[in-house]
Ligand binder design. Structure first.
Ligand SMILES: *[C@@H]1O[C@H](CO)[C@@H](O)[C@H](O)[C@H]1NC(C)=O
Ligand SMILES: *[C@@H]1O[C@H](CO)[C@@H](O)[C@H](O)[C@H]1NC(C)=O
Ligand SMILES: *[C@@H]1O[C@H](CO)[C@@H](O)[C@H](O)[C@H]1NC(C)=O
Ligand SMILES: *[C@@H]1O[C@H](CO)[C@@H](O)[C@H](O)[C@H]1NC(C)=O
Ligand SMILES: *[C@@H]1O[C@H](CO)[C@@H](O)[C@H](O)[C@H]1NC(C)=O
Ligand SMILES: *[C@@H]1O[C@H](CO)[C@@H](O)[C@H](O)[C@H]1NC(C)=O
Length: 239
């Protein structure tokens, strides 16, 4: 009898803690060695910029996340949160259009993420699982950190696949400061197999891998002018 009551209480507690359709995030293994990154947009409305890069972990279990955000706006304060959202940023850069957090296991928003049990958090709640950004962890205008997340997949078609979604950074008062889309990053030696998931478009949200055109232009014009500059320097020397 006593045992039965205990069991009943335990069952009721479980039911009230999580909605019945919610489930824990399973650890992902066998992740293909692929990299995706999301770059924050070039918005007039905020100084905040950054890039978040996610690569399969070397053993294929989960992913490695590299975070670099910079130039946090002075008119806002933290703690800043950042999440993977479930829809992409449209070409107009509207961060609201990314809808809610990536939450394929239906954890919902009511229970705050407990970072000691990350499998119970919304899959896309990266700052909930791995730390919010406060003034204390911004050094020289940058917030940088690296960590492993065991629950995200680099394999298209998996429930936990994030590579076609978006990243949103929120201020302490929840305002969506900036956002950007994940795109695939080709391996360092490009092969025909490593085409981006999406054709690069001339939008505000460039594919993170393509070098900025300005830089290419500057480099190639330097390449053209420097022999001429050297000739002129030689001429100046002999004259
Ligand atoms: C993953 O791919 C990158 C780039 O192609 C390579 O440098 C790296 O060694 C690979 N990692 C593993 C664990 O195979
Ligand atoms: C968030 O803070 C900014 C800057 O102080 C302010 O302009 C904005 O109205 C605030 N938004 C909300 C939802 O409180
Ligand atoms: C941004 O997207 C949201 C949600 O789709 C929409 O309600 C809102 O009107 C859009 N804002 C602008 C400025 O287009
Ligand atoms: C940021 O700094 C706060 C306060 O020192 C600390 O509690 C938190 O763990 C740090 N977060 C990260 C992601 O390093
Ligand atoms: C994160 O990893 C990258 C590449 O391994 C390294 O260059 C960088 O220093 C690391 N950043 C931090 C904050 O540990
Ligand atoms: C992302 O890809 C998954 C397949 O892995 C697909 O089911 C989903 O609809 C895609 N989401 C977006 C926003 O394109």
């Amino acid at each position: 009898m006593f045992l039965a009551v205990n069991l009943l209480v335990a069952l009721l507690l479980t039911l009230t803690i999580a909605p019945s359709h919610a489930q824990d995030a399973p650890e992902v293994d066998g992740n293909p060695n692929l990299t995706y990154n999301a770059r924050l947009g070039n918005k007039d409305t905020t100084t905040l910029r950054g890039v978040l890069t996610i690569t399969a972990a070397p053993d294929g279990v989960g992913v490695e996340v590299h975070v670099d955000f910079w130039d946090f706006p002075t008119e806002y304060s933290g703690p800043y949160a950042y999440h993977i959202h479930k829809a992409r940023v449209p070409d107009d850069g509207n961060c609201t259009a990314t809808l809610g957090h990536f939450d394929p296991y239906n954890r919902g928003m009511t229970t705050k993420c407990d970072d000691s049990a990350p499998e119970t958090c919304q899959l896309g709640d990266l700052s909930g699982k791995h730390g919010y950004i406060t003034a204390a962890n911004i050094t020289g205008n940058h917030y940088r950190c690296n960590y492993t997340d065991d629950y995200l997949s680099t394999k298209r078609g998996d429930t936990a696949f994030f590579g076609n979604l978006s990243l949103v950074v929120h201020a302490g008062n929840d305002t969506r400061l900036n956002c950007g889309n994940f795109n695939s990053v080709p391996a360092s030696t490009p092969t025909p197999a490593s085409t981006p998931t999406q054709q690069p478009s001339a939008s505000l949200y460039p594919v993170g891998t393509s070098s900025p055109p300005l830089f290419i232009g500057a480099a190639s014009s330097l390449g053209r002018t420097s022999p001429a500059a050297m000739l002129m320097a030689l001429a100046a020397f002999f004259l």
